[in-house]
Design a protein around this ligand. Structure first.
Ligand SMILES: Nc1c(C(=O)O)ncn1[C@@H]1O[C@H](COP(=O)(O)O)[C@@H](O)[C@H]1O
Length: 161
């Protein structure tokens, strides 16, 4: 199966967060690749990666970065694929810097920004699955089953109060 989702991150140090997006993709049976790509440190790679992604058959890009988190927005500027931005929790400012760097895109170049950190990374994986699932009933069904399981867990937790 060709790669459906690209999970990229500004540094290997983002992996503790981004692994949660990958875990969801695995759980839902989506093929993905993971890679360190940085708008700041490897700008030429970032440009070529973003430019070539659609032609390689990738459907969605999940991009995580922390601090001056320009990676998601710059990748979005160079591809027509949907880009989901994950703000990695930074040490100095707890990820507020990452969030604001990713979420405030200028009109015309969207990045779907999720919450800071692990919960955001999980939602990024789910959102990627739901985007692909809109055109793939099997993926949609798996995403629905996962959601049903969450609902059941909440109902059980309420019963056991
Ligand atoms: N925000 C970016 C970009 C980018 O936006 O291109 N490249 C690296 N970084 C971020 O720098 C932080 C510290 O990186 P190091 O741990 O490597 O010093 C990471 O959270 C990374 O995402």
């Amino acid at each position: 199966m060709s790669v459906q989702v690209a999970v990229i991150m500004g540094s290997k140090s983002d992996w503790d967060t981004m692994e949660h997006a990958c875990a969801v993709l695995e759980e839902l049976g989506l093929s993905y690749e993971k890679k360190v790509v940085s708008a700041h440190r490897t700008p030429d790679l970032m440009f070529s990666y973003a430019e070539e992604a659609a032609g390689r058959g990738i459907r969605v890009i999940i991009a995580g970065a922390g601090g001056a988190a320009h990676l998601p927005g710059m990748v979005a500027a160079k591809t027509i694929l949907p880009v989901i931005g994950v703000p990695v929790q930074s040490k100095a400012l707890n990820g507020l810097d990452s969030l604001l760097s990713i979420v405030q895109m200028p009109g015309g170049i969207p990045v779907a920004t999720v919450a800071i950190g692990k919960a955001g990374a999980i939602n990024a994986g789910l959102l990627a699955a739901q985007i692909i699932g809109a055109f793939d009933p099997e993926v949609q069904q798996r995403a629905q089953l996962r959601r049903d399981a969450i609902r059941d867990e909440v109902l059980e937790s309420s019963d056991s109060l």
